[in-house]
Design a protein around this ligand. Structure first.
Ligand code: SF4
Length: 76
């Protein structure tokens, strides 16, 4: 696994944001669980193209994408 994606717990519980994240990610790394909360689809993580659409879709600091191979974290 080369990529780690984190959603702040407060943001993950935001059902509107969960829906938005599922829509914007081109490789389906986010999905809404039974309660509409954002969850990470682990098996898709390495498909991440580092487009940052998820970071832009969420409030500042709520979504972080880390390149585990370099330690660099993308956020805003
Ligand atoms: S950076 Fe792009 S591909 Fe990676 S998780 Fe975010 S939206 Fe998906």
């Amino acid at each position: 696994m080369f990529i780690q994606v984190e959603v702040d717990p407060a943001a993950a519980g935001d059902t509107a944001l969960a829906k938005k994240l599922a829509e914007v990610c081109p490789v389906n790394i986010f999905e809404a669980d039974g309660e509409g909360k954002a969850v990470i689809v682990e098996e898709n993580l390495d498909e991440c193209v580092l487009c940052e659409l998820c970071i832009e879709a969420a409030p500042p600091g709520q979504v972080r994408v880390t390149k585990l191979y370099s330690g660099e974290t993308l956020s805003r």
